[in-house]
Design a binder for this molecule. Structure first.
Ligand SMILES: [Zn+2]
Length: 308
């Protein structure tokens, strides 16, 4: 290869991928590709298309033309009429301006966010409590006496629609009155009808009252400040201390010698409580429940109950 040819090939870059030119044993005719053939001539009838003019969008209807989006969204909402607004100029009333897209009115703005969904008000927004109208109706039919209380709230403890329940079916008094959610009051009312049946069956006497230890109390489980909040913190729990009867002396939850009618009564009502509450703890469960029956409606996975 002549030096001139090598220089030309180097200049056009054709020889560069092949490595050092002088040591390459391949003859140049085999390695340098031929230039591609020229494209065929354009047929005479084929003419490039003329540039097309993009059609303009249809005219904006007069009722949404002119003014800002805020005005259109608020002032004119709900009264879409064919007439232009009374204070509109003829041009604005006619719709899109005549001098092209450059001066089209601004796109309508989205409606303003309601004030209750912005800033501090949004942070303070609370999920409304579930409707318990049906529960209140059932509670009435169960013969309970109760009244609505204002919402309770103390940090994480809360009861949005608590009730003050004073008595249940057959005039069974709650001593003292209980602060409960409707669901808990309903469970208590239903269970108490079973307690009444057990009192007649095991003791031959009528149930007249339930002695309660506490209902709504903002505290951790077992009065442990580090523990998970007790259901008492949500007016969702009841501590029953004892039972009062029409004729016989009242009976404490703890007082029952084995084999007596009292023991049979206490065992019977404790067992039946598991059908109405999700948690039932009492004497023998643990040290914290030695003198009362704790009943609550804590939701557990898959509806599991704690019945001890
Ligand atoms: Zn309790």
């Amino acid at each position: 290869m002549k030096p001139f040819t090598v220089a030309c090939l180097l200049a056009t870059g054709l020889l560069l991928p092949l490595g050092p030119a002088r040591s390459d044993p391949t003859p140049p005719s085999a390695t340098v590709p031929l230039p591609p053939p020229p494209p065929p001539a354009r047929p005479e009838g084929l003419v490039p298309p003329a540039p097309q003019i993009t059609p303009l969008p249809p005219e904006r209807p007069p009722e949404i033309a002119g003014g800002s989006g805020k005005d259109a969204g608020n002032k004119d909402a709900g009264k879409r009429t064919e007439e232009p607004p009374p204070n509109a100029t003829p041009d604005a009333a006619k719709g899109a301006p005549k001098d092209g897209p450059a001066s089209l009115p601004d796109a309508p703005l989205p409606p303003e966010r309601p004030p209750e969904l912005s800033g501090e008000q949004a942070l303070a927004l609370k999920v409304s409590a579930p409707d318990d109208t049906a529960c209140l109706r059932r509670l009435e039919r169960l013969g309970a006496r109760f009244e609505a209380l204002p919402p309770l709230g103390n940090g994480q403890c809360s009861a949005p629609r608590p009730l003050n329940v004073t008595a249940l079916a057959d005039g069974v008094a709650l001593e003292p009155a209980a602060t409960l959610t409707c669901r808990a009051a309903e469970a208590l009312a239903r269970w108490t009808t079973e307690v009444q049946v057990a009192a007649q069956k095991e003791l031959g006497d009528g149930l007249k009252s339930l002695a309660l230890g506490g209902t709504y109390v903002c505290r951790g489980q077992n009065h442990d400040t580090d523990a998970k909040l007790s259901e008492h913190s949500f007016a969702n729990a009841i501590d029953v201390m004892g039972y009062g009867f029409a004729k016989r002396p009242s009976l404490k939850v703890t007082a029952a010698a084995g084999g007596t009618p009292e023991a049979a009564f206490l065992a019977s009502v404790r067992t039946s409580a598991c059908g109405f509450f999700r948690t039932v703890l009492g004497p023998g469960s643990d040290a914290a429940h030695g003198n009362h029956l704790h009943l609550d409606l804590r939701d557990r996975n898959a509806g599991h109950r704690l019945c001890q």
